[in-house]
Design a protein around this ligand. Structure first.
Ligand SMILES: Nc1ncnc2c1ncn2[C@@H]1O[C@H](COP(=O)(O)OP(=O)(O)OP(=O)(O)O)[C@@H](O)[C@H]1O
Length: 625
């Protein structure tokens, strides 16, 4: 094995610009460690294991992935256990959320960081397989002194990325050994095993998440079509792409002869833009047809073998059995997004229990909407009172919340005033942005919760109140507690259960949510609205930083601007038109004209080449005049 000193010297030479015989991903990662994270090769740091509470949070967030990945991990582990390999499943931040290793070596594995809770992000651990894989999105082998930090130079680690159905890296699967007497090339087999397990986990994830969609599996050879496809793509009832495995993005790019794919741009596109296929043809590609006949022709001229799997519940999206059992107030919360359906089911179970619930989520993601649904589905006789702690000036907050006795202060109402806490007596008090509540009021609120009574400002006697408290914050309350800005005892009381709403961009039911909001707007306006294909694609591609509120506002404005109820790109806010899905990005005027010339001034041919509608090209040309 190399000495620590010569390893440090080698990194220093690379830092000075010397060429290195090591693989490019290793050298690139060393340079990131030196230049971006400012790590010092001479300062060895042992593997870091995150504290128990943090690990619990990471595992909760990755719960679904751990469940789906388990059988893949078990199968792989049974194949490699004899060679003393361990398996780590890390989340996108590099924290190991699932682990399999031989318990005989528990102590050594833990010390080496090959253990549950170890954090292998590159900026913390230096060059390592998980960290380099997260940064590059590619499979990578980091063998012994490829590692940056001298603490890890005994290990050999190989990692492959796992992407979610929208193309974002969601996890990394790593296979490692404490020591390996052989050369780096010996890890190629491990690399192959880990990459094919990652592919299987992505496929299992897609199949679980798109139960109500068609799934098209693609393979280059007919024999593997049903057992180990290269790619899988999910389609909704109108033939639009709702998700895919990582291989799916590559397959679509090849189908269009495209390079430099921006993966998200494929979501929401109709499948007939890539392949010569109509939705009605899908049954012809189902099992039962001879494999050799199930050929699909791509627009680029390539042919692939394809196998279609029908939606579990027929052609339309239907609510799952669990959703049907839910009580009515929850029914508009989700339209098939798996994370939302789980949240919906938990909320329904908790609704009648009176337990305080902390709702977390980005702005506009529906925290108040969820709180109201929880209130409406319980049997409390009292009102739902929502208070936004960030919107009330600090000096007024006490009297607004707690009320005041007659003549409590100059300028006060002679008769006194009931506070919002009393308003919610017998019902639900929803405290939004609770992280903004001043510390002094936090103590008073704690008393309301622990003693079921409220003492108005200037009053001598407390009054009994019985209410259910729901609270929300887009800030991390645990962090505020650590900073001393939020009372720990109040935090524990509010946070008997946390429900975390996903941001709209991470939801898989965006298309159905758009239809739902549009119907609601149609009902309000007494009109029927319809989106044309490019407007829908633009809505599906936008990142929605303002979440459901932003989407709802955009649709209201679009509905008002539409002619005869048809919403086109022109009706959408400018911000959305800018991220319009042109596969090669915005084309400057000259480029577009040149591309058109190359296609013999044939707009249809250019549209096919770029993978967009003809109307998009016409509109763009018009805009460029
Ligand atoms: N499931 C849903 N169906 C229809 N409309 C919804 C849904 N969820 C939220 N909305 C609408 O989106 C908008 C924002 O929702 P809400 O006020 O609940 O978000 P919030 O997370 O509490 O926002 P903030 O963080 O700004 O307080 C509201 O107009 C609400 O009616």
């Amino acid at each position: 094995m190399v000495s620590t000193l010569s390893h440090i010297k080698e990194i220093e030479r690379v830092a000075m610009g010397a060429t290195s015989p090591r693989d490019a991903p290793v050298v690139q990662s060393w340079l990131r460690c030196l230049n971006d994270y400012r790590l010092d090769p001479a300062a060895a740091q042992e593997a870091y294991i995150v504290p128990e509470v943090k690990l619990r949070e990471h595992r909760e967030q990755a719960e679904e992935l751990i469940r789906i990945g388990r059988s893949g991990l078990e199968r792989l582990f049974s194949q490699v256990v004899e060679q003393n390999y361990v398996l780590l499943l890390s989340d996108a931040r590099g924290v190991t959320v699932d682990f399999m290793g031989d318990p005989t070596f528990d102590n050594q594995l833990r010390k080496a960081g090959l253990y549950l809770g170890s954090e292998w992000s590159e900026n913390r651990a230096g060059t390592c397989a998980v960290g380099a894989c997260i940064v590059s999105g590619e499979p990578v082998i980091i063998h012994q002194d490829d590692h940056f930090d001298t603490s890890h130079i005994g290990l050999t680690c190989t990692a492959a990325p796992i992407f979610d159905t929208l193309g974002d890296l969601t996890a990394v699967l790593d296979i490692s050994q404490l020591r390996s007497p052989t050369a780096k090339a010996s890890q190629q087999l491990a690399a192959h095993l880990v990459a094919s397990t990652a592919r299987r986990i992505e496929l299992a994830n897609l199949m679980t998440r798109t139960r109500n969609d068609w799934v098209l599996r693609l393979a280059r050879s007919p024999e593997f079509l049903d057992v180990d496809p290269d790619a899988a793509i999910a389609l909704d009832g109108s033939g639009r792409i709702t998700g895919m495995t990582h291989g799916g993005f590559g397959a679509l790019a090849r189908a269009m002869d495209m390079h430099g794919i921006v993966t998200r741009q494929f979501i929401g596109q109709p499948i007939d833009r890539f392949f010569d296929i109509e939705l009605d043809d899908l049954p012809l590609l189902m099992r039962g047809q001879p494999n050799g006949d199930r050929l699909l022709k791509a627009k680029s001229g390539l042919a692939v073998f394809a196998s279609a799997i029908a939606p579990a519940s027929g052609f339309r999206r239907v609510p799952s059995a669990d959703a049907a059992k839910l009580r009515n107030p929850f029914k508009d919360l989700s339209f098939g997004d798996p994370a939302m359906e789980r949240l919906q089911a938990r909320a329904a179970k908790l609704a009648g229990r009176g337990i305080p619930i902390l709702i977390q989520g980005e702005t506009g993601s529906g925290k108040e909407y969820l709180a109201r649904a929880i209130h409406d589905s319980g049997d409390a006789a009292g009102k739902f009172v929502a208070v936004n702690c960030a919107a009330i000036p600090e000096q007024l907050m006490e009297s607004e919340l707690f009320g005041y006795a007659p003549g409590a202060f100059t300028g006060a109402n002679q008769k006194g005033k009931r506070g919002l806490i009393e308003e919610a007596d017998g019902g639900t008090l929803f405290l939004d942005e609770i992280g903004d509540m001043p510390l002094a009021l936090q103590s008073r609120l704690l008393r309301v919760l622990s003693e079921n009574e409220v003492l108005p400002v200037g009053a001598l006697k407390a009054r009994p109140v019985h209410l259910r408290l729901l609270s929300a914050s887009h800030r991390d309350l645990a962090e505020l507690v650590a900073l001393g800005q939020f009372r720990q005892d109040l935090y524990y009381r509010l946070n008997a259960v946390t429900l975390a709403l996903p941001p709209l961009r991470a939801r898989q039911d965006l298309s159905a949510m758009i239809d739902h909001l549009l119907q609601r707007i149609g009902r309000d306006n007494g009109h029927f609205y319809r989106l044309d294909a490019s407007a829908r694609a633009a809505l599906l591609h936008h990142g929605w930083p303002g979440n459901i509120r932003e989407l709802s506002n955009a649709l209201r404005v679009a509905a008002a601007l539409s002619e005869s109820g048809v919403i086109t790109m022109e009706c959408l806010p400018d911000a959305l038109c800018k991220d319009e899905p042109l596969p090669r990005g915005e084309q400057p005027a000259d480029d577009l004209r040149k591309a058109l010339d190359e296609c013999g001034k044939n707009v249809s041919a250019l549209a096919r080449k770029l993978g967009v509608n003809r109307s998009t090209i016409h509109r763009r040309l018009k805009r460029l005049n």
